[in-house]
Design a binder for this molecule. Sequence first.
Ligand code: 26W
Length: 788
Amino acid sequence: MGNIMEKLELTAQSMYCKKVEELTPSELHLSLGKAVMGEIAPNWEASKAKHNNNRRAYYFSAEFLMGRMMYNNLYCLGILDDVKKLLKKKGVDINVFEDIDDAALGNGGLGRLAACYLDSAATQEVPLDGYGIRYKYGLFKQLIKDGYQVEVSDNWQRFEDPWCLRREDEAVLVSFKDQTVRAIPYDMAVIGCKTSNINTLRLWQAEAVNDFDFTAFNDTEYDKAVKEKNDAENITKVLYPNDNKYEGKVLRLKQQYFFCSASLQDIMRRYKAKHGNDFSYFAKENAIQLNDTHPVSCVPELVRLLMLENMNFDEAFEIARKTCAYTNHTVLGEALEKWPADLMTQVVPEIYHIICLIANKCQEELTAKGISEDMKAKMRIVDGNVVHMARLATYASTYVNGVAQLHTEILKDDVLKEWYQVYPERFQNKTNGITQRRWLGLCNPELAAMITDKVGSDEWLTDLSLISKLNESVNDTRTINKFNTIKKKKKVQLAEYIKKMDGYDVNPDTIFDIQVKRLHEYKRQLLNAFSIMTIYYRLKENKLKNWTPTTFIFGAKAAPGYARAKAIIKYINEIANLVNNDPDTKDLLQVYFISNYNVSYAEKIVVAADISEQTSTAGLEASGTGNMKFMLNGAVTLGTYDGANIEIAECAGEENEYIFGARVEDIEKLKAEGYDPKKLYDANPEIKRVVDTLIDGTFDDDGAQGEGSFKELHDSLLKDSSWQKADNYFLIYDLPLYVDAKIKANADYADRKAFGKKCLMNIANAGKFSSDRAIVEYAKEIWHVSHK
Ligand code: 26W
């Protein structure tokens, strides 16, 4: 790195006529960002040229949850500490960048995974560029008022964005039935660590072809004058806040088609510059990864664009199929996209027409393979009025993958069973990963230094398998003590941060038991809440001896329209209110629901946890990636035998986690036998008492006196409804097993050495969960592109 400070001074002067020390945080952010961009420009150009000459891959995703860029970019460039010192000399604290919001252009796991993969691809020199949407408003910000979630908009662009370059010259047009808009690319540099390689994330923003209708304005029709502008900009105005629930909204379909069409036109333009109109190399040079089905209109759109180049349908489809691969991220029925045919016809009729051609081709292919009519019916891509996007994606892909071993098995024998029978060679597993740069190096410098010391170098930053060297020290008392000291320090730091953000006084001398993730019934935050109430009553009645004081921390956003999830937030806050203020228990049990859990909060949280809560109903969490972040920072997992928890336990040793509850086989058996939660509830007074706190007046759901949203939760556990069985997520079955596991973990914690060893075993065996490992597997086994 050249002289970054000189560049910063020049930028500050030319942009603001100010000295560095006079800049406001947001001016400093913009100036330093621009200075860094200036520094990396030559490497970025060189990387682009290199990628252009070789086979390359593209990650198509409706979400990229990047988090704060400044610290990460400085870190990957290896200049974070220098910049920190140099700024300090000028009296500027580098922490000022905490005032700059991060762009939350994603909901949760799927979007954050996309960001980790970009980071890893840049570092591992995999020629992978991202394509997505530049939403004006990212995921809503969450406030908690009277225990309820309140949503406010996330106007992240008000700080401006030094990391993106607007590329007006590479804009393209995208047409819908009733509208044509301009797609403007914004390019973000994705900086690799310990390499000069820099990849690109290209995000598209929708704008009007004609911004302003002057005639209408002169006729005093002011709304009409800006109608085209508003209609166009609405397409990329806001990220849909649903995570795991499909909703057939016109605007959402437009978003999906918009970024797929723009990205493909971009890829085709580059291709044509090299090969003219000969498309025979297209699939040899390009691989496209579909991040879930959200970008699956990429398939018919590529066919359409190729047909415009005078190719026939069959040839065009062959190319599309050889180019695309599909990752599935959920098995929940309500999350699988199924677009109504009439809605597609209304928005993108040509795309619907091509999907029908693909659907017919698929059925013909199945007939030729001698597949039974019964099975063919189950594999219809277009079924009556419904377009099944996962089926389209599976049919039109080279490979289909799940995101953890168990998840891939469930795809093969359940969700995509018929497809696996016909096309077994297409199915692969790619267990998710996380980037150790952000999720250890950057967020936990204290632990990172200890690991560097043990490994003998910081090479683990780009090769996490080296962290296994720590296995040699797991019995060493000094190492354990050192780890425990670091953990304590991170707990103190988190307590300070919580005080600043949420105003709570958290005691760092207690166990930190943490559950942070999106709020969903299947993730079972309510089960955690019930276990806390169980423990609360036992403590109050002196039935639980030797309990080490514990702070339970929750963080979760609920989709704004998800009433049950919102009721669960309120319920947790009611519990907090009760136990935190009860003189009998307040020194033993504390509960806090932190607001606006996001990537930046996560960076403070995962480092400070003693216990990581991963309590999904077995079979329903495709992988989980939060679990990996906790593991890497030395928390033990209190979780079910589900998703990547299984592989985590396999790597760290099951004796170093707290695995509880029904497994997939057990759940299947329970379902087959006719699971009756009411029976268990009636038979177990402890369960009954806790579950009934929802309705017996223990808590207040806004004056509804047991008739409001808590009553609805209570009913959902004990009564079948027209659309769901009672206790669909098996909370009542798992509750006693969970309480036992929780109490066991609490008791074990008291032996600081033995527990510290468990934590170290988790860290030492987290190598597999690096997104570097995952991305190199994708590069080798799916995209067939180069890597370091
Ligand atoms: C159409 C509405 C919608 C929106 C988002 C449906 C589904 C989604 C995503 C597929 C949900 C999601 O984020 N899934 C998560 O993906 C992670 C990365 O693979 C996994 O670790 C999580 O287990 C999975 O829930």
